[in-house]
Ligand binder design. Structure first.
Ligand SMILES: C[S@@+](CC[C@H](N)C(=O)[O-])C[C@H]1O[C@@H](n2cnc3c(N)ncnc32)[C@H](O)[C@@H]1O
Length: 230
């Protein structure tokens, strides 16, 4: 484990970026999320970034004129500090509130036009924890609000084995570091990933609309949904 020093935060941020580069096109997902926020009917939407650790979303949104305010929340103080440092390094022009915790730590009744949950739920077991997590997100959506949700997702057990050669070839062609390749391939098989159909069932069970897939690369997918109101 890295010590909590300024240097180690920089190293962690660099590794987040390298792991993003390891997945072909994943940077475009963050740009698409930015565009999805900018296209919200509210001209200056308030955005809740759940699992903001590492700072990829905050870095993408930091100079956006399309956002009325950002609340960034993560249960890991260390990961959130990495995000804060990323914004600081980049001279943020956005006002970002950083909160260590989960959505349960937000003030009662506080809701947002947009809630993002990028690459968070796939860390939670499907023993009720995913459902509780999704219900928490749904309860933070304002009337007419939009959830933008991304996860690692496999429909078939063989998917990872079938896609790994392309992942490795991409890394070779574009000079992705061996550490990032190893970290990704060690982590993915150990995540409590669910299939697309199970994701739809979980959304339905908490009263979210059927998720619409808006992005996919290798084992990464992104969907949009609403709380059911129009
Ligand atoms: C793989 S990182 C993704 C970070 C960022 N969203 C991105 O796309 O790069 C997942 C983050 O979610 C955080 N996390 C996991 N469960 C959470 C929860 N219930 N509430 C808030 N943060 C959570 C972890 O601490 C971690 O920083």
């Amino acid at each position: 484990m890295m010590a909590n020093t300024r240097g180690s935060i920089t190293d962690r941020h660099a590794m987040y970026k390298e792991m993003q580069r390891a997945i072909p096109g994943l940077d475009a997902m963050y740009r698409l999320v930015h565009a999805l926020i900018a296209s919200h009917s509210n001209e200056a939407p308030h955005v809740l970034v759940v699992g903001a650790g590492g700072g990829r979303e905050i870095e993408e949104f930091r100079n956006s004129n399309a956002i009325g305010g950002i609340t960034a929340i993560d249960r890991s103080a260390r990961n959130l500090e990495t995000a804060r440092a990323a914004v600081g390094v980049s001279a943020a022009s956005q006002d970002v509130s950083f909160i260590v915790g989960t959505v349960d730590d937000l003030p009662d009744g506080e809701t947002f036009d947009i809630v993002t949950s990028l690459l968070v739920m796939h860390h939670l077991p499907d023993d009720g924890a995913k459902l509780t997590y999704l219900r928490g997100l749904r309860n933070r959506l304002a009337y007419g609000g939009r959830l933008i949700h991304a996860d690692v997702c496999f429909d078939e057990n063989e998917d990872l084995d079938e896609l790994t050669p392309a992942f490795r070839a991409h890394a070779d062609i574009f000079g992705v570091s061996a550490d990032a390749v190893r970290l990704e391939l060690d982590a993915i098989p150990n995540l409590p990933v669910v299939c697309g159909e199970r994701t739809r069932v979980l959304f339905s069970e908490v009263g979210l609309t059927d998720p619409q897939e808006v992005f996919r690369t290798l084992w990464y997918r992104c969907w949009i949904s609403t709380g059911g109101q129009t």
